[in-house]
Design a protein around this ligand. Structure first.
Ligand code: TRP
Length: 347
């Protein structure tokens, strides 16, 4: 007898990142984007920009369009390969909104009311300021995931409850209407490395730090990035040592250095033994410039050729719809919707 071994199918992962800033920053890249880029080799990857989610809170249409473009260009520039992975904009694939509606109708009102993200947001601005869209945020996210028969969803700890709801809805649907959805695994990924504000290393690097000098925007002039590294807050003493408690500033610089070069922190510690903070900063400034320059150039290239960017996103949406439309058709059929035939086919 002959035995043939077929390679095990790759697991499907899916993740999304909202277009909420005018540029990604270095903390986004090191903490998350890089993970996506690396995961493309091992998994069957689906990545998208959840612009439908972006309108669940106050937004500006011009800003949304601009940010969606920039974020798309930055992800591609950072190494998301639109041929390898499926990469698209959520609103280009209408099945997301369609499945979300179906899921809304099997989700309890109380169940949705218990979602902590909704509670937090309405506590801040009051229930009257919140929209129905914000309330339905989690079911749209469940639709994002379930449409693609996703195995793993790499997200941060703050998304854990959304994943639990997604699993519950998948199981509920499968029990009531027949096996339809893969029940995704909650894969809470610890950020590979957390990057802190350069001016206030006890806070995470963010788009809204107290001082703009604390953040390295990936689209800014590399000279500014170099300056920000050189003027980063360091700590008392002189020793270059990784010690986040005693030396949060220097430790943050070592983390950035290690992340961008692949050298381990231990290696760096010994390389910089006996040297001064200034040496570390000058070298790291070069490392950061070498990293951001090509990334920024590639992003600008894509932004300068909107037709090419549109084409890449259309290609992604097409590939996404091939999968999403099959899932949605099953869902509709199982829920009892009549098939809709096109007149062209009947005549
Ligand atoms: N809610 C996620 C966030 O705020 C973004 C998101 C939307 C997402 N749909 C998703 C993440 C599906 C993973 C899978 O980060």
């Amino acid at each position: 007898m002959t035995s043939s071994t077929t390679p095990a199918a790759k697991k499907r992962i899916l993740s999304g990142a909202k277009p909420t800033a005018d540029s990604l920053h270095l903390g986004n890249y090191i903490g998350a984007v890089r993970n996506w880029v690396d995961m493309q080799a091992e998994y069957d990857a689906v990545f998208f920009i959840p612009d439908l989610h972006a309108i669940t809170v106050d937004f500006d249409p011009t800003e949304l369009a601009k940010r969606t473009r920039i974020v798309a260009a930055q992800y591609i520039a950072a190494g998301i390969d639109p041929d390898k992975s499926i990469f698209f904009v959520q609103s280009h694939v209408p099945e997301h909104a369609q499945l979300a509606w179906a899921l809304n109708c099997i989700t309890g009102f109380g169940e949705a009311s218990r979602m902590t993200q909704f509670k937090d947001k309405t506590q801040k601005s009051g229930a009257d300021a919140a929209t129905l869209g914000l309330f339905a945020y989690p079911t749209l996210m469940a639709a994002d995931i379930l449409l693609y028969q996703t195995d793993l969803v790499p997200v941060g700890e703050d998304q854990r409850q959304h994943l639990e709801l997604t699993r519950n809805l998948a199981q509920r649907f499968n029990t009531r209407f027949g096996a339809t959805f893969t029940v995704p695994e909650a894969t809470i990924v610890k950020e590979r490395a957390k990057i802190y504000d350069l001016q206030n290393p006890s806070a995470k690097m963010s788009k809204t730090g107290e001082s703009p000098n604390g953040t390295i925007q990936l689209l800014e002039d590399p000279k500014i990035a170099a300056k920000r590294i050189k003027s980063a807050v360091t700590d008392a003493g002189t020793e270059i040592r990784f010690d986040p408690e005693e030396k949060p500033g220097v430790s943050n610089l070592l983390t950035i250095y290690s992340s961008l070069t692949g050298k381990s922190v231990v290696e760096l510690e010994s390389e910089y033994q006996g040297k001064m903070y200034g040496h570390l900063k000058v070298d790291l400034a070069d490392v950061v410039v070498d990293f951001v320059t090509p990334l920024r150039d590639r992003t600008h290239e894509l932004m300068a050729d909107p037709a090419e960017l549109d084409r890449l996103l259309a290609h992604g949406a097409e590939r996404a719809r091939e999968i999403a439309s099959v899932t949605l058709a099953q869902v509709y059929e199982r829920m009892g919707f009549l098939p809709s035939f096109s007149l062209a086919g009947v005549r």
